[in-house]
Design a protein around this ligand. Structure first.
Ligand code: PLP
Length: 373
């Protein structure tokens, strides 16, 4: 068995070595400020332009529709607050299983006088189009539903939801932090107006991400200052991280089919061991989910205890939301999908990534069976 098994890729991923290599040059040699006109900055300026194009290509956007941010949290906050702030329409609709970057952003808008409506979800964690149709009205300014959930992996019918939002004259944002680099994404086909992404979820560096803003969508400036990011998000660009993000995304996108195939087989290998051992568990989420995410609730088990026992064996998984690991309560996602009480406390999330292998899946499952026994 390898020294450790890291199976918490929905929390963060290992930096891709090619991305790391590509970044180095922009720390040490080509470190010029891309806004400067002299030749020393030319390389950095070109790298910025190329990276924007690579990223745009990966999601079928135009390069000018990509705005670099510090990650998923910033992108979500900017999309929701930057859009709502000057709107006459005061209604905001989100799903109840959004990441806290969305939930807390809309709560903050609520305290500023906006009306926030939380949609229903099915027990599989899906927002059915009819759920949105029944609550959207002429006061709805923005609808935000994530492309894929970070805890249970469920993929939402975003295209249908975006169409409903548009029919009502509303704008549609999707938090695609767990989806970008793992699913084929075409923003034109999805018809979304804004889409959030974060590099460290797709083997890029931490602290960098982007917000896709469809041309013509009006957003308040995120930060005032220089003219960077078409005057909407000031501050000298993080060139090394932007370069690393683009390389990692391109590589992941080229490998999606291959990696998906491997991850699905690992999911089966893991679950087969639990089945054979007769563990009483339920798998949370829907049949259509992000490859590699297995969220299970084990009857009368304790997820927290399992996490710590696995930690002692150098196996790393998560219980509730990774970004909320201080919280020992059952997560808002598990509550929203109504996991029965005798199961909910025994919830764990395993999220395999491209660097895991089948043996990891089997070894982990066998260790879990031993602990449960
Ligand atoms: N949205 C989702 C769905 C996430 O999973 C996360 C991180 O876990 C975020 C937003 C926040 O992203 P970042 O860590 O880049 O701020």
């Amino acid at each position: 068995m390898s020294k450790y098994i890291y199976a918490d890729n929905a929390a963060t991923t290992q930096l891709d070595p090619d991305a790391f290599e590509a970044m180095k040059e922009f720390f040490i040699d080509a470190y010029g400020n891309p806004s400067q006109p002299y030749s020393f900055s030319r390389k950095a300026k070109k790298a910025l332009k190329d990276s924007r194009e690579i990223i745009a290509n990966c999601i079928n956007a135009e390069p000018d529709e990509i705005y670099f941010t510090s990650g998923g949290t910033e992108s979500d906050n900017w999309a929701l607050k930057g859009f709502s702030i000057n709107q006459n329409r005061k209604g905001i609709i989100v799903s109840p299983i959004e990441h806290h970057a969305v939930i807390n952003a809309v709560k903050s808008l609520e305290s500023d006088g906006f009306n926030v409506n939380f949609l229903k979800v099915t027990t599989e964690g899906i927002v059915l189009p009819s759920f949105l149709e029944s609550v959207i009205d002429a006061d709805t300014g923005i609808v935000s539903v994530m492309l894929a959930n970070n805890e249970i992996g469920s993929i939402q019918p975003v295209k249908e939801l975006a169409q409903i939002a548009h029919n009502s004259g509303s704008v549609f944002h999707t938090d695609a932090v767990q989806a970008v680099g793992h699913l084929n994404i075409d923003v034109k086909d999805l018809q979304v107006d804004m889409l959030s992404a974060s590099a460290h979820k797709f083997n890029g560096p931490k602290g960098i991400g982007f917000l896709y803003i469809k041309e013509g969508t009006s957003l308040q400036t995120f930060m005032d200052g220089g003219a960077q990011e078409r005057r909407l998000r000031a501050g000298t660009e993080n060139v090394p991280s932007i370069v690393g993000m683009a390389i990692a995304l391109k590589k992941n996108c080229e490998q999606i089919e291959k990696v998906t195939y491997k991850l699905r087989r690992m999911e089966s290998a893991f679950l087969d061991v639990l089945e054979k051992a007769g563990i009483d568990y339920r798998r949370n989420g829907s049949g259509n989910s992000i490859p590699g995410i297995i969220n299970i609730s084990i009857k009368r088990a304790n997820g927290e205890m399992l996490l710590h026992r696995l930690d002692l064996k150098h196996i790393y998984i998560s219980t509730g939301s990774a970004c909320d690991s201080q919280n020992t309560q059952v997560s808002h996602v598990i509550k929203a999908i109504n996991v029965p009480e005798e199961y909910s406390e025994g919830t764990i999330r395993i999220s395999f990534g491209k660097n895991n292998d089948y043996l990891d899946a089997e070894n982990m499952a066998n260790t879990i069976v031993k602990i449960i026994d």
